[in-house]
Design a protein around this ligand. Sequence first.
Ligand SMILES: *Cc1c(COP(=O)(O)O)cnc(C)c1O
Length: 359
Amino acid sequence: MALEFSVEPTPTPTPPGRLEEILAAPGFGKHYTDHMVTVRWTPATGWYDARVRPYGPLEIDPATHIFHYGQSIFEGFKAYSQPDGGIATFRPEVNGARFQRSAERLALPPLPIEDFVDAADKLIRQDAVWVPTRGEDSLYLRPFMIATEVGLGVRPAQDVTFMVIASPAGAYFAAGDKQVAIWLSEDYTRAAPGGTGAAKCGGNYAASLVAQQEAIENGCEQVLFLDAVERRWVEELGGMNLWLVFDDGRIVTPELTGTILEGVTRDAIKTIAAELGRDVEERRVDIDEWRKGVDTGQITEVFACGTAAVIASIGDLRWRGGQVRLPEATPVAGAIRTALVDLQHGRVPDPHNWLHRVP
Ligand SMILES: *Cc1c(COP(=O)(O)O)cnc(C)c1O
């Protein structure tokens, strides 16, 4: 049976003038809407106490599992204002399905996809004035699940909380005009076979930050991880999947091996790139193929993709003692980006029914 949400409106909504200021330059993950969703779970009750309530801090016992054993998963997707004044999210049920897989891997209780989508819908509806209407801006939804059992004994938590918060988001980069430099991590890996690489969990990010720090120290914005076994196969960035564009019409993304996060953007790009006439390949990519391909000119573009930034073109690939630089022109990434963003904002037809209208 679907969850019933109670709604407690905030007594102190953000004043319209302040909201206007925030939406004029939202940035990313800096401001939060007036409400949030909380739902609780125990083995005895299942999911219960579903609430849309005023946004605010939680009071949590210091011995709560999440602080010690890191049992936490999250999702990220966006709501877009539509030309007819409505609001739509992009394939939220795909995020819901991934959230279930992440939950399984982290020994957390799977939330029905229907409730996942409904929780976000309820929050978006409650905070509809927070959905940006400017250009490429959107409302970023952050569902997450944490172990809220109190106790230091190590076991899968018997008390769990699911939440959704929302944050207005500006465009990360203007259409294809900013290339990022990435650092090839040779000392650290992100995910090993049998590990949690395919789950969207906080722990994966925690483990990637030291490599991210190294990237920044070397003048790069992002870090590229190779596979943990042979240290040879290109996997992904800390939080984005990768695509390589070849001069003969092929576009290649590393195949899902169990250690790569299955991105919703990556999946949409498979379809869009094919529609734009590209031959889409999913296979293993040797890091030397990248280096040599750039040198010979066979690889013309490399870009990263994810919900937050949509598409980020990569300029430099750097490593200890070397680097290769890609051309500045990124027509393929640009065309794919435009097609995807236009679809999300309802400016072009949606032949695959990817948009979910928020009721
Ligand atoms: C979330 C995430 C992505 C991108 O997934 P999208 O569904 O496209 O946003 C890629 N890699 C990692 C590690 C991620 O956590």
